[in-house]
Write a protein that binds this ligand. Structure first.
Ligand SMILES: [Zn+2]
Length: 184
């Protein structure tokens, strides 16, 4: 998932309005930031597979994207916000870990349980539904976006630009369509 992660961040903000927005939005993408760093460092490996959905093969992403490491990175990330209170730190952990949960739907069995473990998980919507996954994620983004807008209007303490924010996440999702680029 790509835009869907940010939509999940918005849904968390709408559920816990007292958690600052940026830590949530950075948190949902934190594992991908680590992935980028680890690929450059040669610790993790990705291969492009043109013509085969989703267009790349994540050969080794155990340090950024395994179940155990997602939980661990969540703790590391949450520690950075612990001064803002336990509730904020807990939501920051949830933001990081939500990345694994959502990737679980999309990834084709390339998510290890722990680094170098034999067991891998992933429902594989990317490969099962080479274009259908995009509509699935669109529905998820729309649902989270609608929830964010409704809650922002009711709460009044956040989401002054709710329509713009949701529009940007939707635009991100459009740029990530299987008809434009083979990424996910
Ligand atoms: Zn990811």
């Amino acid at each position: 998932m790509y835009a869907g992660h940010f939509a999940a961040g918005l849904a968390m903000k709408a559920t816990a309005p007292r958690t600052p927005t940026w830590p949530l939005l950075l948190g949902v993408g934190f594992l991908d930031v680590l992935f980028g760093v680890f690929v450059v460092a040669g610790v993790e490996h990705v291969r492009l597979t043109p013509g085969h959905a989703p267009g790349f093969s994540l050969d080794f992403i155990d340090w950024s994207h395994s179940l155990v490491m997602s939980a661990v990175w969540g703790v590391v990330y949450a520690l950075a916000f612990v001064r803002r209170g336990a509730a904020v730190a807990a939501w920051c952990w949830a933001a990081v870990f939500s990345h694994f949960v959502l990737d679980l739907l999309m990834h084709p069995g390339d998510l290890a349980v722990s680094p170098h473990s034999e067991a891998h998980v992933g429902l594989g919507l990317w490969t099962r539904w080479p274009t259908g996954w995009w509509y699935f994620e669109l529905a998820f983004v729309a649902l989270c976006g609608a929830y964010y807008i409704v809650r922002a209007r009711r709460d009044g303490t956040f989401g002054g630009h709710a329509w713009w924010v949701v529009g940007i996440v939707l635009a991100l999702h459009v740029t990530n369509s299987p008809w434009l680029s083979p990424t996910g």
